[in-house]
Design a protein around this ligand. Structure first.
Ligand code: 5CA
Ligand code: ZN
Length: 408
C-alpha cells in the first residue's frame, strides 16, 4: 500500500561510523555490519486506533537507525507492515459498528500523517496483510511442507517441537514463554494442541469473520506469519535488523523466526534484533483498557509543534521504559526554542565537534541523551556570544535535522 512522503535529507560533510546496538539475541552490544544496502524490517501498527506515543517512540528509534546507517554511507531498504486484519481490529469494528476495512483505512491514513509530521523516513515498502494474503498463504503452505505444521479442526498450527532454534530470540524459560503467550494473543489452553506453545498459522473461516480462498482452505492468517512472510518476500532471509517494541520479543519475533527458518531451511531470520522500551503515561503502561493514551494525532490537533513532540521522546534511551508527561513536552518546547534561537544566529562556536559528537553518540547504541547534550552545550555557548564561525549555525541545523530528524 502507499507509504508516506519523505522529508528532505541534507548530506553532512564526511560520514559517520558503524552502528553498534544492543542485540536482543545475544544480550550484548554488537556492531551491525550491513552491506551496501542495509535491510530493516519493523513491525507496524494494528490500525484499530490512532498511534500513541509508545508507537511513535518505536518508529522514532528505527528512524534513527535508518539515519545513522545512511550517514555511514549505506542505502537502507526499510520495510514495515500494517496488521490491517486481525482480532483486535475486528473486535473494535464490531463494537463500534464500523466496517473493519474503513476503520483500518482511516487509522492508517492518520498514522501516515503522524509519521510525516514527525519527519520519520518512510519505508520503501509499506505492506498490509490484506494485500498480502496470497503470499502469506503460500508461506504457510511452505511451512506445512517442511513438516512443522498440523491441522486442528480446520485451523493450521505450527508445532513448536519442530523448531530447532526455538527460544533463541528471547532466551526465555518455558514457564515465562507460556505466561507471555497467554497474555499476548496466544491460546495455550486450546484443547487438542500437541503443545500449549503451538501457535496458529492459518485460521479457518468463522461465521461473520472475513476469509479468503487459499490452498489451506478459506480463512485468514494468524498474526506471526504475516511478518515472517512479508519480511522474506521483501527482504529475503538473514536481513540486517528486525525490530519493534519489547512486547514483541515473545511470542511475535520468536515465533516468526521459527516459521521463517522452517519455510526456508536456513537460519537466522535476521542478523540482529532490536527492541524498544515501553512508554507509559503518568506512571501507568499506556493501554487501551486503562484508557490512558496520548495520541500523536491529538497532540497535533491541539497545536503541538511536531518537532517538540519528537524532541520530547529523544531524551529517553530507546531501551528504557519511560512515561510520557506534559512536563516532558514543556521541557522539549524550551529546548527547541533554545536550539532555534542559537541556530538562528549569524555566527557561533565551531560546529564540527558537535557533528562528531552526535555521530559518536548515535553510533553508540543510539545514545540520544549524549547527542542532545552536545547540541545543548553548543547552543548555550552560542547564546552566550561565544565563537564567530559564520558556518556554524547552518552546520548545527543540518546535524540536528539529518541525524536527529528535528527541523529547527
Ligand atoms: N501489528 C503488530 C505488529 S506486527 C503490533 O504490535 N501492533 S501495535 O499497534 O500493537 O504496535 C505497533 C508497534 O509499536 C510495535 O512495534 C509495538 O511493539 C510497539 N509498541 C506498542 N506499544 C508500545 C509502547 N507502549 N511503547 C513502545 N512501543 C510500543
Ligand atoms: Zn510484526
Amino acid at each position: 500500500m502507499r507509504s508516506w512522503s519523505a522529508p528532505d535529507i541534507v548530506r553532512l560533510p564526511g560520514s559517520g561510523g558503524p552502528l553498534r546496538i544492543h542485540d536482543t539475541v545475544t544480550g550484548a552490544q554488537r556492531t551491525t555490519n550491513p552491506g551496501a544496502t542495509a535491510r530493516m524490517y519493523v513491525c507496524g501498527i494494528t490500525p484499530y486506533d490512532a498511534a500513541h506515543i509508545g508507537h511513535a517512540f518505536t518508529y522514532l528509534t528505527f528512524d534513527l537507525v535508518n539515519r545513522v546507517w545512511r550517514d555511514a554511507g549505506h542505502a537502507v531498504d526499510y520495510v514495515q507492515n500494517t496488521t490491517d486484519v486481525d482480532d483486535p481490529l475486528l473486535e473494535r469494528a464490531q463494537a463500534t459498528g464500523e466496517a473493519w476495512r474503513d476503520l483500518a483505512a482511516r487509522e492508517i491514513q492518520v498514522f501516515r500523517e503522524d509519521m510525516e509530521a514527525l519527519r520519520v523516513l518512510p519505508p520503501r515498502a509499506y505492506v498490509g496483510v490484506v494485500e498480502s494474503i496470497g503470499l502469506i498463504a503460500d508461506f504457510v503452505a511452505k511451512v506445512r511442507e517442511s513438516g512443522a505444521a498440523y491441522e486442528l479442526e480446520g485451523d493450521v498450527y505450527f508445532s513448536v517441537e519442530a523448531a530447532e532454534h526455538f527460544g533463541e530470540v528471547g532466551g526465555m524459560s518455558r514457564e515465562e514463554m507460556l505466561r507471555l503467550f497467554g497474555e499476548r494473543g496466544g491460546d495455550p489452553d486450546r484443547p487438542g494442541k500437541k503443545d500449549p506453545l503451538d501457535w496458529l498459522l492459518w485460521r479457518a473461516e468463522r461465521p461473520g469473520e472475513p476469509a479468503w480462498e487459499s490452498p489451506l482452505g478459506r480463512g485468514r492468517p494468524g498474526w506471526h506469519v504475516e511478518c515472517s512472510a512479508i519480511s522474506l518476500n521483501e527482504l529475503g532471509m538473514g536481513f540486517d535488523l528486525n525490530g519493534g517494541g519489547s512486547d514483541l520479543v515473545f511470542p511475535h519475533h520468536e515465533m516468526g523466526a521459527a516459521e521463517a527458518c522452517k519455510a526456508t531451511g536456513s537460519h537466522p531470520h535476521a542478523q540482529n534484533y532490536m527492541h524498544v522500551g515501553m512508554v507509559g503515561l503518568d506512571g501507568e503502561k499506556m493501554s487501551k483498557s486503562l484508557g490512558n493514551l496520548e495520541f500523536v494525532s491529538r497532540l497535533r490537533e491541539e497545536g503541538a509543534d511536531p518537532m517538540a513532540v519528537r524532541l520530547a521522546m529523544l531524551p529517553h534511551h530507546y531501551r528504557a521504559d519511560w512515561d510520557w508527561t506534559s512536563q516532558g513536552l514543556e521541557e522539549a518546547r524550551g529546548r527547541l526554542e533554545r536550539w532555534r534561537a542559537a541556530a538562528g544566529r549569524e555566527a557561533g562556536p565551531d560546529a564540527a565537534p558537535v557533528l562528531a559528537e552526535v555521530r559518536r553518540a548515535l553510533a553508540d547504541d543510539l545514545d540520544t541523551p549524549a547527542a542532545l547534550a552536545a547540541v545543548d552545550a553548543w547552543a548555550e555557548r552560542a547564546e552566550a556570544g561565544a565563537g564567530d564561525d559564520p558556518a556554524a549555525p547552518a552546520l548545527v541545523r543540518d546535524t540536528v535535522d539529518t541525524l536527529l530528524g528535528v527541523r529547527l
